[in-house]
Design a protein around this ligand. Structure first.
Ligand SMILES: [Zn+2]
Length: 235
């Protein structure tokens, strides 16, 4: 058998390898697993974001609680001052009153904000529970499909390995130059070898010039001008 015919046999084995690889990639179970994995990742991102928000809220609550303590002690300070030294005039009294009012208004603002944060954080906790529940459900589904897919993959992988072995075997009598050429054509056209039937390339169905037809018939190494496939003569 000449190199072209051997290459044809190799191609037959290689087509089978490609077919099984594609079958593995296109497996509905595999695609479902990818979907579940993506949604688990996005749920995890959601959880991270919520945790981040909860941390920010906790920091803010601490800062507010400090501010409240500070303000209360400022008010207490003013009260103590007033008890020890009576204000000298109305203006001073009014100044103290205004200051206390301002501090009380601040206290009210702080407390209002604390209330809002508490409400928000109850909401966040509910969100966290929901997301966790959804993640747990998705993980359960993922595991179920994974079990089926693992068995399926084991079987497909065995077939793939057997096909690869066959291809390796078929590659043995081929020269490296032919294999390289095959790989180079494979990058743009698959399968890389095409039979010439009559004067037609069966890779792209274009008619070939008579000079090329003769070359192919005589077993020369010729590529189709249109699709770049290596042509092999078939009677
Ligand atoms: Zn062609």
């Amino acid at each position: 058998m000449n190199q072209l015919n051997l290459l044809w046999d190799y191609q037959t084995a290689d087509i089978e390898v490609e077919r099984i690889s594609k079958e593995i990639k296109r497996s509905p179970n595999r695609q479902q697993l990818v979907k579940y994995r993506d949604s688990l990742l996005s749920l995890q991102k959601n959880l991270d974001r919520i945790s981040e928000e909860v941390l920010t809220m906790q920091d803010r609550l601490e800062a507010l609680s400090d501010a409240i303590k500070r303000t209360e002690s400022q008010i207490q300070g003013i009260q103590e001052k007033l008890q020890t030294n009576e204000p000298e005039n109305t203006e001073e009294t009014e100044r103290y009153i205004a200051e206390v009012k301002r501090l009380i208004s601040n206290l009210n603002d702080y407390e209002g904000e604390i209330k809002r944060i508490r409400t928000d954080s109850v909401e966040r906790e509910k969100m966290q529970r929901d997301v966790k529940m959804r993640a747990a459900r998705t993980k359960k589904e993922f595991d179920k499909v994974k079990e089926v897919y693992d068995a399926e993959f084991k079987e497909m992988n065995e077939r793939l390995n057997a096909a690869k072995e066959k291809a390796d075997e078929a590659a043995k009598p081929l020269s490296q130059a032919y294999l390289d050429k095959y790989q180079a054509i494979k990058r743009h056209s698959f399968p890389p070898l095409a039979k010439m039937i009559g004067s037609q390339c069966t890779g792209c169905n274009m008619s070939l010039p008579s000079g090329i037809v003769k070359d192919v018939q005589s077993g020369k190494e010729v590529e189709c001008e249109t699709c770049g496939r290596l042509l092999i003569f078939s009677e």
